[in-house]
Design a protein around this ligand. Structure first.
Ligand SMILES: CC(C)(COP(=O)(O)OP(=O)(O)OC[C@H]1O[C@@H](n2cnc3c(N)ncnc32)[C@H](O)[C@@H]1OP(=O)(O)O)[C@@H](O)C(=O)NCCC(=O)NCCS
Length: 216
């Protein structure tokens, strides 16, 4: 594990991180939107002072082996992502809806994001900044969110994921955040086991998923 250094993600990591995402989340909605979408998605985490992103890089120069991203203002993060990329995303998502049945099936669960995308470009079509992007979770979630973590399959079970989250938590603590939350799909039992064993507490669970929080 000492062969890895955990460092802030920069735009130069984004291509590798998008490929890592594709390997780690093969069946997920964002993966089905393709590499162009994923690159823009991760690039956005390099732009905001309220976002945090770390990568685990092998000192021998192998590709990025792990990534963790989060935001203290997910609303602003996604508004900015959609506003900046609307001309690219609108036709891209429209095309994927036509050609990809996974996107067609899942797009309706993303209505909050579609509304946020519309709000980001239509003046006057705005909701209070505190409104959540998902209607499924509990009310009063802590604002600092861990939005994604992934470790390459060959490094799972090695302790790298725990190192990544420890560094992420240290970063948030140093930035003054008292608490961090996340959500996970119910079928992702490995991730749920990982969060439980690394000190996260369940705050809410339903058939839509589990919500965890942790004091920093
Ligand atoms: C989530 C992730 C970062 C965790 O890293 P990891 O290296 O796999 O985590 P660890 O192996 O340290 O911990 C997972 C635990 O779940 C256990 N586990 C493995 N498969 C399991 C399963 N199917 N059901 C329940 N527990 C499982 C492991 O044995 C381990 O527990 P142990 O250390 O007590 O043996 C990694 O699995 C990953 O990248 N997954 C794909 C992306 C993802 O789902 N991200 C999370 C989105 S919320």
């Amino acid at each position: 594990m000492n062969d890895f250094e955990i460092i802030p993600m920069t735009p130069s990591h984004v291509d590798e991180v998008a490929r890592l995402h594709q390997r780690c989340f093969p069946d997920y909605f964002l993966t089905h939107l393709g590499q162009t979408f994923l690159r823009r998605y991760y690039l956005e985490f390099c732009r905001h002072s309220t976002d945090y992103a770390l990568v685990a890089c092998c000192k021998t120069g192998d590709p990025v082996a792990g990534v963790v991203v989060g935001s203290a203002d997910a609303q602003a993060h996604f508004r900015s992502l959609y506003r900046r990329n609307m001309l690219l995303f609108a036709p891209l998502v429209g095309w994927r809806v036509i050609v990809d049945s996974t996107i067609r099936r899942a797009i309706w669960q993303r209505m909050a994001h579609l509304r946020a995308a519309a709000r980001s470009v239509i003046p006057g079509f705005r909701k209070p900044a505190s409104a959540p992007l998902s209607d499924k979770g509990p009310k009063n979630q802590c604002p600092m969110r861990l939005l994604g973590i992934a470790v390459a399959p060959e490094y799972r079970g090695s302790g790298l994921a725990a190192r990544l989250t420890e560094c992420f938590e240290t970063l948030l603590r140093q930035a003054g955040h008292p608490r961090v939350g996340l959500s996970v799909l119910p079928e992702n039992q490995r991730a749920i086991a990982f969060y439980r064993k690394t000190g996260w507490q369940v705050t809410h669970a339903s058939e839509a998923g589990s919500w965890f929080e942790k004091d920093l």
